[in-house]
Structures are given as C-alpha cells and as structure tokens.
Ligand binder design. Structure first.
Ligand code: PGA
Length: 245
C-alpha cells in the first residue's frame, strides 16, 4: 500500500473551492482506498477538512504548544483539531529562512504531541551540480532528526525526498535516480537512526503521467504531490494509479 500526500500549498483561495476539492477526494477515495491518503490544505481549511474520512496534514507549525507567538499555530492546537500529520521543512519554507535548527525544534514538538512529521529534505540545483547532493541530505537528516533516543524509539515519521530543482518545475527527477537516492537515505537512516520507524516518499513535479514510474521503484513508499493535487482530473488519475499497488 502506497502513501500519497496531497500538498495544496497556498491554494485554493476560498473555502468553497477547498470543500469542493475535499469532496472530490472523498468520492474517489471511496473507490480507490487501497492507499494511505493524506491531504495537506492551508490551516484555515483544516477545520472543514476534519469532517472527511481521510487523514489530514498541516503544512507547518510552531515548536511551542502555547504562548505569546503572534501568527503561529501550535502542534497541540493541531492535535486537538484531529490533525494527524504535519509537513515540516518544506523547501518553500526553507527558502523563506527556516534553518535546520528550527526544523529540528519543530520535529521534536510535533513528535512530543504524538503527531507524525512529514520531513522534507532535498538538494538545490547548484548543490547537485557541485556534486554535493549526498552531503546535503546527510547534513539535513543529522540536524533535523537530532532527537533523544527515547523519542526516536517510539516515533513514526515520513521523509519526503524532494529535490528543490524538481519542485513546481515540471522537471521531475529520473525515477531510477530517485530510487538510488532513496537507497542512500535508507542506508544512512539504518546506520544513524536504526530505531526510527519511517517511510520514504518522493516529491517534485509528480503527476498522473509519471507517478507510476516512481511507485514502481523498490525504495519508494509513496509520493508527495503539489501542483497536480489540486487539479481535479489529475488527482482522480493519481488516486486510481496509486490504488493499484
Ligand atoms: P510539485 O510540489 O508537485 O508542485 O512539484 C511538490 C511539493 O509540494 O513539494
């Protein structure tokens, strides 16, 4: 069974459209339910999302449970709302200034609240050209998952390998290369975080045309879909294909 994360990003612009998308997911998830479907809408629609019967993710959160942090949303609030997953460290947030230190605090807070983080890691185009991909991934994993042993042992996490150059560009990673990168991440996780229960997703310009070539790979447990996840015809095809694994 594969995992599909639908990251709506900062879309759609009205609640009505968001509910319409949830309804389309719901209808198709009834037909194609042999998959772990996680929808990540903007915060303001999460309260509506909880009325549907698939899992929901927030796209970010703060690292404290309450207090004087204007504009932030806490993991405890998300938990109390019935949210199960939180995307942390998406490259679009790293580009806005999120550091690995901040991401690590958020991962810790999410796990402390018994939520499941979807940690995004990946190299930029320049880092790839410079031959630094593996070094970057190792560095992000080491820093982002710098957690107490006890927390590691009892935790579950999804890791999304998302090459930054492939996100929102239509220029997706070659699936065989993504598989080798996943193998690299698995080897690193097994030598550094043996007790952590994790699954590995690929993200970056996944659509109905290329999803099969990713899900066919031995080390790819699922995909994180951005742009295509809010296109009605695309999302139906994506669910249908993922359902067949
Ligand atoms: P994309 O986004 O599918 O539009 O490339 C992926 C993501 O949300 O990281």
């Amino acid at each position: 069974m594969k995992t599909i994360v639908a990251n709506f990003k900062m879309n759609p612009s009205s609640e009505k459209e968001a509910i319409n998308l949830f309804q389309i997911y719901q209808k198709n998830f009834k037909k194609f339910n042999h998959l772990n479907l996680i929808i990540a809408p903007p915060f303001v629609y999460l309260n509506k999302a909880k009325n549907f019967n698939f899992s929901f993710a927030a796209q970010n959160c703060f690292y404290k449970n309450e207090g004087a942090y204007t504009g932030e949303i806490s993991p405890l609030m998300l938990k109390n709302l019935g949210v199960k997953y939180v995307i942390i460290g998406h490259s679009e947030r790293r580009q806005l200034g999120e550091t690995d230190e901040l991401i690590n605090k958020k991962i810790q807070a999410v796990l402390d609240n018994n939520l499941i983080p979807i940690l995004c890691i990946g190299e930029t185009k320049e880092e790839r050209i410079d031959g630094k991909k593996e070094e970057i991934l190792k560095n992000q994993l080491e820093k982002d998952l710098n957690l107490e042993d006890d927390l590691i042992k009892k935790s579950e996490i999804l890791i999304a390998y998302e090459p930054v150059w492939a996100i929102g560009t239509g220029n997706f990673c070659n699936p065989e290369e993504a598989n080798l990168t996943h193998q690299f991440i698995k080897d690193f996780m097994n030598s550094h975080f043996l007790d952590l229960n994790y699954k590995l997703l690929y993200g970056g310009s996944v659509d109905s045309q290329n999803i099969k070539s990713f899900l066919d790979q031995s080390e790819i447990d699922g995909v994180l879909v951005g742009g295509a996840s809010i296109k009605k015809e695309e999302l139906v095809k994506i669910l249908e294909i993922a359902n067949s694994y």
